[in-house]
Design a protein around this ligand. Sequence first.
Ligand code: SIN
Length: 359
Amino acid sequence: MLFHKSVRATSALFGFLFLLMTVVQAQTAKLPNVTILATGGTIAGTGATSTTTVGYTAATVGVQALIQAVPEITKVANITGEQVFQIASENMGNEHWLQLAKRVNVLLAQPNVDGIVVTHGTDTLEETAYFLNLVVKSKKPVVMVGSMRPSTALSADGPINLYNAVSLAGSQAAIGKGVLVAMNDQIHAARDVTKSNTTTADTFRAAELGMIGYIQGGKPFFYREVTRKHTVDTEFDIAKLDALPQVDVAYAYANVGAVAVNALVAAGAKGLVHAGVGNGSLPAKTKPALVAAREKGVVIVRSSRVGQGIVARNGEANDDQLDFVVADTLSPQKARILLMLALTRTSNTKDIQRMFYTY
Ligand code: SIN
């Protein structure tokens, strides 16, 4: 009798455990699959003390430690992590971008990957975001994230930023919006966002054009659409590229001359972005060097160091006559990226100008 009762109790317990496992498995299966690609930066940084928020070492914590530090992310997605490289983002090079973009494209082509989070230093995060925005061949979410305080700091912003980024990368609402930046509870579009403050946590801004949404309670709320073409709608394909054309930026300022332009051309630049003052104006001492560079076949893009606004075609210079291209609203550093990719397709300046008005 006693034996029968204990057999019944044991089988009831097994039945309950089986049901529980089935429910847990079903819930896990419902979660999106998000891969975290770690590249370094302050989000993977460590300082000597909890109050060290400057003068710390970036890019020291590995991807598995990053994931373990925020166990909450496993509640919103099935997580896998890969260390793509481990660098401070001031050392980001074209070769890193090609490696990262190829890996993103391979992963997103797999049906069991729903979204990607790229952890990255904040210094060049906006550039990597725009590069990926132009070369990723998928509508699935790609979310860039970093932090302004190292992982060891009081009120480190990395954990909440990572949690938000994973939630965003796994969300249906983020599909088809291009590469997004999740920082400080805000969602930014890759094309418009820039780092605007050297050290504060609210540094990422798209000053006049604005952020496109918020993340609250682990959920994205979108308020604006991305209008410029990106990802699957671009003409750029990096799958077979091992290098990008050399394109550099020449910065303008009062009393600027031709030294930088001439040196960059002599060093082999195929394209030059003039980071002009105001509306991309051409200083009298710089203009002849830019004209000579164009005559040698170097493609010149007039941009502005101001940070906001359209550089008007045929405004401060006769671009039609000079055969120059204007950067539209792109910052000099982002104009450099688009010009590099444009030069992988064509050296026709009319076509390149079309690209600057398209992307
Ligand atoms: C870096 O960009 O790698 C260092 C700075 C940062 O991540 O905030």
